[in-house]
Design a protein around this ligand. Structure first.
Ligand code: NAP
Length: 320
């Protein structure tokens, strides 16, 4: 099969398309013929060698993908060859034509959802669900600001918050991104690149403030987020690329919480709950991933550059 292999950590050029043997499923393993693989920022951090969790070299990147079950190993009962599935984790990596998975890493993909859309679920949608409901504890009627709503995680969160009766605000850095954020259900959108956007959000938040903030770039925004929160408000830190200075009094005076999260820490029972909720939302159409761009597997190096560029407009996927 064709697969991307990383022989040494480094810049995107280390992502090479090679021929490798197609894996065979052992007991309690499932082989999936992937049609699409999701590209996530974390895969660029890992590839660079600067991330705390490092795989053994050589490795095939990627946890997210979608396709059809090709074969199942001894003992597997929950799926059969031909089933449409998406992956949320793999044993062998998803930037490939086939991926070996554990049964708990694959989930059914409703007919109405394309393989490219299925590849947008594993990390982004699960992260958005965990951030909004399990960590942020957002409830219908509350206001939610999604700081960085134009990317994979943010757009998923917009759809979820809107479907659950929340007042939804998002930010994006481009006109295209802002339009998409509105189309996906945000009531208001702000330009996080504009000089006075903080004043605009603060004015819109008024005296009550914002109940929940989902933060994709905490190193830039956390200090400001704390000044926006309502009494008892929560900011969930999903993404951060550096240090930030905050005034703790802004949290004290609001009885506010800063709640960090990393998807890898999710206990298995809560992860199972997330994927059951995602299936329901995909089936009823309230969740519908937006694909920004599709690239062939061979263009993985380009895709790794694109995911880190400003101007997100949904999800970047590799197709095979
Ligand atoms: P993505 O698709 O590349 O989107 C990045 C988002 O960040 C875009 O909406 C982008 O907006 C926005 N952004 C850029 N500058 C910003 C600023 N100054 N303020 C607010 N937002 C800004 O990435 P993603 O997959 O959605 O992931 C988002 C972040 O969460 C990444 O840092 C990623 O590493 C992290 N993440 C963490 C977890 C976890 O478990 N904690 C899981 C998944 C992702 P424009 O491009 O429109 O400017």
């Amino acid at each position: 099969m064709k697969a991307i292999r990383v022989e040494q950590f480094g810049d995107p050029g280390v992502l090479r398309l090679v021929d490798v043997p197609t894996p065979k499923p052992g007991p309690w393993q499932v082989l999936v013929r992937l049609r699409a693989a999701g590209v996530n920022p974390v895969e660029t951090y890992i590839r660079s060698g600067n991330y705390a969790r490092k795989p053994e070299l050589p490795y095939t990147p990627g946890s997210d993908g979608a396709g059809m079950v090709e074969a199942v190993g001894e003992g597997v009962t929950g799926c059969k060859p031909g089933d449409r599935v998406y992956t949320a984790g793999t044993i062998s990596g998803s930037y490939a034509e086939f991926a070996l998975c554990l049964p708990a890493q694959i989930h059914p993909l409703p007919e109405r959802v394309s393989f490219a859309q299925g590849a947008a679920l594993g990390v982004p949608y699960a992260t958005a669900w965990r951030a909004l409901f399990q960590r942020g504890q957002a409830v219908p009627g509350e206001s939610v600001l999604i700081h960085g709503a134009s990317g994979g995680v943010g757009m998923a969160a917009v759809q979820m918050a809107r479907a659950h009766g929340m007042q939804v605000w998002g930010t994006a850095g481009t006109e295209r991104g802002r339009l998409l954020v509105l189309e996906q259900g945000a009531h208001r959108v702000f330009d996080h690149g504009a000089r006075q956007y903080q004043e605009q959000i603060a004015q819109a938040a008024g005296k009550h403030g914002v109940d929940v903030i989902l933060e994709m770039m905490a190193n830039k925004n956390l200090g400001f987020d704390l000044t926006l929160l309502a009494l008892g408000g929560r900011v969930v830190v999903i993404g951060s690329r550096g240090d930030v200075e905050i005034n703790p009094r802004d949290a004290m005076s609001r009885d506010a919480d800063i709640r960090g999260m990393v998807l890898f820490n999710t206990p298995p029972a809560e992860l199972a709950e997330i994927h059951a909720q995602l299936f329901a939302g995909l089936e009823n159409g309230s969740l519908c991933p937006v694909i920004a761009e599709e690239f062939p597997l061979a263009r993985a190096p380009y895709a790794h550059g694109a995911i880190m560029d400003p101007g997100a407009a949904g999800k970047i996927v590799l197709v095979s």
